[in-house]
Design a protein around this ligand. Structure first.
Ligand SMILES: [Zn+2]
Length: 332
C-alpha cells in the first residue's frame, strides 16, 4: 500500500467521515481565547507530515513529499507551497508549541492538504463563468487609461470559456454581452445548470494607488470572521447554502490562486474569504477572483492588452484543471 494511502487509512480511522467528524478532530484540543486549538505537531502526525521550526523560530513548517505548509508564530496568513492562504483565526503559541484553531484545521488544512477526505466521488465538468458587473453597473472605472471593470471582466471570461471548452469542459456564461444581471440571479443560473464550479471574474480598485496583486475569495465558513476583520459578530454565525461546500470552495480557490500567481508573476495577495452575495446562495463550489488593481498604473496599462487578459484566462483554466485533477487522484 502506498504511504499516502496508509496515512489516509490511519487518518480516516482516527477521524471517521469528513463532515461528521468535527468532534473527533477536537481530540487533544485546548481552549485559547474562546476557540478550540490543536497543537500543530499533532496535526502533522495525523495527516502524515513532518513538522519542525525553521531557523529563527519565526516559522513552523509541516512538510510532506509534495507539500510545505508554513505557519507564522502569530498570524492569520500561512503559506502552502508558497501561496498565501488566510486562516479564520490567528495561530497561537501555547506552552511553547504552535497551535492552529480546530476550525482552520477542518476548513483549511484538511481541505487543501488532504483532499482524500472528500469521500464522495464528484465530477468537475460543467463550469459556470460569471463576468462581474455589466450594463448599468460598470464596476470599477478608471479614467486614464479609460477602463471599465465590466468590459475587461467580460473579455477575460470569454477567453476563459474558449480555453475551458478546448480542454473538454462544458461552459455556461452568466452573460456574454454588456447586460445587467442581479447578483442573486447569477448564483441561481449556476444552481439551475447544476454547475460543478462557479467562477466570478472581477478586477480590483483601491484608494491607495500602490495596491496591486491578485487575490481569490471563497465564501467565509460560518463561525469565522472574513479576511481583513477579526472578532466574531452576529453575521459570522449565519450559515449560507454555499457553506455546505466550504472545503471544496477553499480547495478550488487555492488551486486557482496558485496558477494565477505562477503564470502572471503578479503579487500574491492570497486565498481569502468573504461573504459575497454571489457566493452565498451557491449549491456548487464557487470562487470570486480579483485579477488585478485597475487603480495601479502599471497594472492598468497591462489590463488594456488583450494578450495579457488572455494570459490571465489561461492561468484560470490551468487552476481549474489542477483542481479537477487533484480531486481525481483520489477517485477510483
Ligand atoms: Zn467587481
Amino acid at each position: 500500500m502506498p504511504r499516502r494511502w496508509l496515512a489516509w487509512l490511519v487518518f480516516s480511522v482516527f477521524l471517521g467521515n469528513y463532515g461528521t467528524s468535527d468532534l473527533g478532530a477536537q481530540g487533544g484540543a485546548v481552549q485559547l481565547e474562546g476557540q478550540a486549538y490543536l497543537p500543530l505537531p499533532l496535526v502533522a502526525t495525523r495527516i502524515g507530515m513532518n513538522s519542525y521550526w525553521l531557523e529563527g523560530y519565526q516559522t513552523f513548517r509541516l512538510r510532506s513529499q509534495w507539500t510545505n505548509a508554513d505557519f507564522p508564530r502569530a498570524g492569520r496568513t500561512i503559506r502552502i507551497n508558497g501561496v498565501r492562504v488566510d486562516l479564520g483565526f490567528s495561530t497561537r503559541l501555547h506552552k511553547e508549541v504552535l497551535h492552529i484553531s480546530v476550525h482552520d484545521y477542518g476548513k483549511v488544512l484538511r481541505a487543501i492538504l488532504t483532499p482524500q477526505v472528500f469521500n464522495q466521488p464528484f465530477r468537475v465538468r460543467r463550469i459556470v463563468i460569471d463576468p462581474g458587473h455589466g450594463g448599468k453597473d460598470p464596476g470599477a472605472v478608471v479614467a486614464r487609461p479609460a477602463l471599465q471593470e465590466k468590459d475587461i471582466a467580460l473579455k477575460t471570461s470569454l477567453y476563459l470559456a474558449e480555453q475551458l471548452r478546448a480542454a473538454g469542459f462544458e461552459v455556461v456564461l452568466v452573460r456574454d454581452r454588456d447586460v445587467f444581471i442581479p447578483l442573486l440571479e447569477r448564483a441561481r443560473i449556476a444552481n439551475r445548470h447544476r454547475a460543478d464550479l462557479f467562477i466570478s471574474v472581477h478586477f480590483n480598485a483601491a484608494a491607495n494607488a500602490n495596491a496591486r496583486g491578485i487575490e481569490v475569495f471563497s465564501l467565509t465558513p460560518a463561525g469565522q470572521p472574513p479576511s481583513g476583520r477579526s472578532g466574531l459578530t452576529a453575521v459570522d454565525r449565519a450559515v449560507h447554502p454555499g457553506n455546505a461546500l466550504d472545503a471544496r470552495n477553499r480547495l478550488a480557490a487555492y488551486h486557482i490562486q496558485r496558477a494565477l500567481i505562477t503564470v502572471s508573476g503578479e503579487v500574491d495577495r492570497g486565498v481569502k474569504t468573504g461573504r459575497f452575495a454571489v457566493l452565498r446562495p451557491l449549491e456548487c463550489p464557487g470562487v470570486l477572483v480579483e485579477l488585478g488593481f485597475m487603480t495601479h498604473a502599471g497594472t492598468a496599462s497591462k489590463l488594456r492588452s488583450d494578450a495579457y487578459l488572455r494570459g490571465l484566462a489561461t492561468a484560470l483554466a490551468r487552476g481549474v484543471i489542477q483542481y479537477r485533477d487533484h480531486l481525481g487522484r483520489f477517485i477510483d
